[in-house]
Design a binder for this molecule. Structure first.
Ligand code: ATP
Ligand code: MG
Length: 603
């Protein structure tokens, strides 16, 4: 069964555009190596000199045989001189090889380091819309495996190829000088190998690209399974996931197998065969030319040198052909990294706007994630500095979307959102993030200590961290952990309950001392008693911090200055709790009464 016919769900096979791939890989290499250009040139120069010195060997041998050995013409000083020359050339070549190797390998590793950092840094600055379609494992695979492929491009491909071409050229020139007829025969090898390489490319290129995609798909599935382990086990899906994994794994195997078959056929065996044929032809020609006559002494040395040089032509050709498989992989890897780097980063405002008071005004705000599917319609809202606004509405009514726009995770239409009179996208990014806090719907915790999770690398100091934890009512349960603030929370904060995670997320947002604080469902998972404490914390912030809180639990925002009721992306009602409750047949009133009934029922 050909590998292509194995269906991998959710994975479209990208077509290979070879010319673009080569261009992308070259662009990436040039960019990564730019700072090391001098080292690179040094390395290449030493490579050239070393290969030249190595090419001298057989010539010296030939002179030794033809001038001294066969004519039985022992001239000790000259012979000693030749020997010493060969020795010095050999030693110098070895030393230069060492220099070249360390230099070039160093450049290669630095480049990978540089590319990896720039890819990671780039991913951190991509707009949130990118992550709506990104798959974690595939991204990870690009930052780790694919950048490594770029190193291969350097060390194994670029240098081995360059080395081979230089050694080959040296041997050709030496042969040309010795006997150009014979050299022409040897030279027929080059187009023959070119043909083989071409054929090899045809056969293996699609398989190599596919292997890489499948490997990254394996990573992706692993990452996804770990992230959703509880759901996976609870829905008894382990077997189905195993089967899916096995299908992808099998496709990967088939793909590698196809690569391997092409390698096994075309690389060593075919080229070795060519080598043997060539040797036979050269010796035959040699013999035929001197039919009957005894070989002249001069020609024995030439034959010796030729046999030597043929090996020096064939070996590099084999090397070059073999590198093509690596080249293939590296190119695909490099092209994938390049494609990721080409993703546009979130625009960074060059402007120097500031958040001062924390007032927000929203004018005629329309928004759609996908064109033609509007989520918010003509929203108008004025939020006074230091006020407390609650946002309520049915699931999918656009509450989180509104928050995302206020937070600049997605670009809002120009001028539709202003903070203290300045359009949000004209406020300096770092300053904006400092002054605006968020408690998200899914509290995200790092696999780090409680302290680090509140600090988030801001260097706030223990005092501020503990004050924030106290304000968020997280202090007590943190102290109850075995190592207090130093306790490691496990990946995603696995050691805490969801309510505790929410409190920690609130502490994190408060620790930054924000002017504006957004809360998305910050109280959905905590008990009523804790909720009251959070409510008190929010009330304490009133007047100092502008608060916009989304809440399903309406008691959280009962005391808000104003409550915004969203319905299908429009503001349906707006007012204080009392005003909204007084509206006959109001949406808010209905929601509130329904919740009370539920609570009584539960009670
Ligand atoms: P909930 O109370 O369930 O959190 P919400 O009011 O916060 O709901 P939003 O998350 O704002 O709802 O979603 C509003 C609409 O936008 C929904 O129809 C949703 O399908 C859509 N939507 C949300 N996020 C995206 C996204 N990243 N890409 C495309 N559509 C989205
Ligand atoms: Mg939401």
């Amino acid at each position: 069964m050909p590998a292509d016919s194995i269906a991998v769900p959710g994975l479209p096979a990208e077509p290979v555009d070879r010319r673009r791939t080569v261009g992308d890989a070259a662009a990436l290499l040039a960019r990564a190596a730019a700072p090391d250009r001098r080292h690179l040139l040094h390395g290449m120069f030493w490579l050239l000199v070393a290969a030249g010195l190595e090419a001298l060997g057989p010539l010296i041998g030939k002179t030794f045989i033809d001038s001294y050995l066969l004519p039985r013409n022992a001239q000790w000083p000259q012979m000693a001189g030749l020997l010493a020359g060969a020795l010095v050339a050999g030693m110098a070549a070895s030393w230069l090889r060492y220099l070249q190797l360390t230099r070039l390998a160093g450049v290669a590793m630095r480049s990978v380091q540089r590319i990896r950092e720039s890819v990671y840094g780039h991913v951190l600055r991509l707009p949130m819309s990118f992550f709506d379609r990104a798959i974690t494992g595939q991204l990870v695979s690009r930052v780790t495996n694919d950048t490594e492929a770029v190193k291969t491009l350097y060390v194994q491909v670029l240098f081995v190829m360059l080395d081979s071409v230089i050694v080959l050229s040296g041997a050709m020139v030496a042969m040309l000088w010795l006997d150009w007829h014979l050299m022409l025969i040897v030279a027929t090898l080059v187009p023959a190998v070119a043909l083989i390489v071409l054929l090899y490319q045809r056969l293996s290129a699609p398989a190599v690209t596919r292997s890489r995609e499948l490997r990254s798909e394996l990573n992706a599935q692993m990452a996804e399974s770990i992230a959703g382990m509880a759901v996976l086990q609870a829905s008894n899906a382990a077997e189905r996931f195993s089967a899916k994994f096995a299908a992808v794994n099998e496709a990967h195997y088939q793909s590698r197998q196809r690569e391997l078959r092409a390698n096994a056929w075309l690389l060593r065996p075919v080229l070795d065969l060519l080598n043997v044929i060539l040797l036979a032809v050269v010796i035959a020609v040699f013999g035929a030319r001197d039919q009957g006559a005894a070989l002249t002494t001069l020609e024995v040395g030439v034959l010796y040198a030729f046999i030597n040089y043929i090996a020096r032509v064939v070996e590099p050709l084999i090397q070059i052909t073999m590198q093509f498989s690596q080249l293939q992989q590296a190119m695909v890897g490099a092209a994938r990294v390049h494609a990721l780097l080409k993703e546009a980063e979130a625009p960074k405002a060059a402007e120097q706007g500031r958040v001062t008071e924390g007032g927000i005004s929203i004018d005629h705000l329309d928004f759609a994630y996908q064109p033609g599917q509007p989520v918010l319609h003509d929203l108008n809202l004025h939020i006074e500095p230091g006020s407390f606004h609650g946002i309520v509405g049915h699931t999918g009514s656009g509450k989180s979307t509104l928050l995302s726009l206020l937070l600049r995770f997605y670009p809002a239409p120009p001028g539709s959102i202003r903070v203290d009179g300045t359009p949000v996208d004209a406020i300096a990014e770092d300053h904006f993030r400092d002054r605006v806090g968020l408690v998200p719907q899914d509290p995200f915790l790092l696999a780090a200590s409680a302290r680090e999770n509140i600090d988030m690398g801001r260097g706030l100091g223990d005092e501020r961290i503990e004050a924030a934890a106290k304000a968020a009512h997280a202090h007590d349960f943190i102290l109850a952990l075995e190592q207090g603030y130093a306790t490691s929370l496990g990946e995603g904060g696995a050691r805490l309950s969801v309510g505790q995670k929410q409190l920690l997320a609130i502490a994190r947002a408060l620790a930054g001392d924000p002017r504006i604080l957004f809360l998305d469902e910050a109280t959905s998972h905590i008990d009523s008693e804790t909720e009251q404490i959070v409510q008190r914390a929010l009330t304490e912030l009133r007047g100092r911090v502008t608060i916009v809180a989304i809440a399903h639990r309406l008691s959280t925002i009962r005391d808000a200055d104003r409550i915004v009721v969203l319905n299908h992306g429009r503001i349906a009602e707006l007012g204080t709790h009392a005003e909204l409750m007084a509206m006959p047949q109001g949406l808010y009133q209905r929601l509130y009464l329904l919740q009370q009934l539920e609570e009584e029922g539960a009670g």
